[in-house]
Ligand binder design. Structure first.
Ligand code: 9WN
Length: 441
């Protein structure tokens, strides 16, 4: 097995991270956590593949393949692919609630009809890039898998950039907070205020997450009932994306989602390059520039010099400053003044490094609760990439060390308290472990 030269401390962390990924392997995909999330999640699969690239590249490819085998004919990659061997009530809302159309997915597995941030092109590129370190057979496998994935990744981008451009602004809109991956972020509060809560399902099915985790660390029942209302509305519209702004109460342009969307085009450009398709590579680069420009135009708040989520129905920017607003830093074509403003915000008392999920000084900050305060490794990993892209190597290294220290001292938790560092949520969480491997390598 390929292992980097690391100190004893790091060797210990490396081994424990590899063990978490082993424990969470389910035969053809990785679960985020055995206890809380017993199926396959979309952006988790991408983060996990980035770590598996170091310890088991074949599993990384298998994981991505399993996810894309469930891709819908319209190109959407579902946010959860349900494991048929897991009982319906092990996760709520399960396949029965989603009731996706029979044509969905090319493999006999059920899924949700939502998406998550399209981080998979970046993951595929990272797995490919590291393959040669494992020998010629792995390098050959990587090329075959990359060629299999490429048209599917393109279809995923086409779905998001065409069908989900609900506002006609060149950005993809999300139709549910779950699509952001940042479920209860304060960024959605003003939009959710106008969303009817649906308690019918919740009254019949007690929340499974509350049975296995601390309620004060999870989204409130009020938010959860609204999440369910949104699921039912989107489902009852046949998961159609036509006239979303008129038909659906939650249509939002998120800066993190769109940064990942633009970043995916850059990774696709690299993939198209190694697949011998220079024309396609240059089209991907153009699309990355276009999405970056739309993001810089539409989600930038000149008054506060920050990036915010925009409600595509009302045109209003969210008043909340969240970690999602720091992620446009990932984009090399981001104008220099905007990149500098993000660094200023990240260094300020509102955030600091590692960045909490929401503004520490904001009225909605909640240090213990999910995406309303705690530190998450995945978004900090993306922020660190942004620092590298814009030449802030010293701070990128500080952030790398701080993330590793957090996990070393507290374990491979799902998220961490922004003051004490205490781990919360799922204890053996796949993306925390996977990204640790990358930070150690
Ligand atoms: C809903 C699996 C997922 C992550 C999300 C995180 C959480 C699900 C939930 O867990 O969301 O998709 O049940 O709360 O917010 O980012 O992908 O790890």
């Amino acid at each position: 097995m390929y292992a980097p030269a690391v100190s004893d401390l790091s060797a210990e962390l490396w081994q424990s991270a590899a063990r978490v990924l082993d424990t969470n392997w389910s035969g053809d995909h990785t679960v985020p956590s055995r206890r809380l999330y017993p199926h396959q999640w979309s952006w988790d699969a991408a983060f996990t593949a980035i770590g598996l690239a170091y310890v088991n590249p074949s599993r990384a490819w298998r994981d991505l393949r399993s996810l894309f085998e469930a891709q819908w004919p319209d190109g959407r990659v579902p946010h959860i692919v349900f494991d048929p061997d897991t009982a319906e009530d092990d996760y709520f809302p399960g396949p029965g609630v989603w009731n996706v159309p029979a044509y969905a997915g090319r493999r006999p597995r059920s899924s949700t009809g939502l998406v998550q941030p399209p981080l998979h092109a970046l993951a595929a590129w990272e797995v490919y890039r590291h393959a040669s370190a494992h020998g010629a057979a792995c390098a050959g496998e990587a090329r075959t898998e990359l060629a299999w994935l490429y048209p599917r990744l393109v279809a995923q981008q086409d779905y998001l950039t065409e069908r989900r451009d609900a506002g006609g602004t060149g950005l993809a809109a999300i139709v549910h907070p779950w699509e952001s991956g940042l479920d209860d972020s304060p960024a959605w509060d003003t939009v959710l205020d106008a969303v009817p809560a649906d308690r019918t399902l919740l009254d019949r099915h007690p929340r499974r997450d509350l049975a296995v985790a601390d309620a004060t660390h999870l989204p409130t029942d009020r938010d959860f009932a609204r999440y369910l209302g949104l699921v039912l509305n989107y489902r009852d519209g046949g998961y159609s994306d036509t006239d979303l702004v008129q038909r659906h109460p939650f249509v939002v342009e998120c800066p993190a989602f769109n940064s990942i969307l633009a970043g995916a085009e850059l990774s696709l450009a690299q993939i198209a390059g190694v697949l011998g398709r220079p024309g396609a590579a240059s089209r991907h680069r153009d699309r990355a520039r276009e999405i970056t420009a739309a993001l810089a135009r539409r989600l930038w708040d000149p008054a506060t010099r920050t990036f915010r989520a925009r409600d595509a129905r009302t045109g209003r920017l969210s008043p909340a400053r969240c970690v999602s607003g720091l992620l446009p830093l990932m984009l090399p074509d981001l104008p220099a003044d905007r990149a500098e403003a993000i660094m200023t915000e990240a260094r300020s008392e509102r955030f600091g490094l590692p960045a909490p999920s929401a503004d520490r000084t904001g009225p909605d900050f909640d240090a213990g609760r999910y995406w309303r305060g705690p530190i998450w490794i995945n978004v900090n990993w993306l922020l660190r990439r942004g620092m590298q892209v814009h030449g802030h190597h010293g701070e990128a290294e500080t952030l790398r060390r701080a993330m590793l220290r957090l996990v070393h001292e507290h374990g491979h938790y799902e998220f961490f308290h922004p003051d004490t560092g205490a781990g919360s949520g799922a204890p053996a969480f796949s993306w925390t472990a996977a990204l640790c491997l990358d930070l150690l390598a």
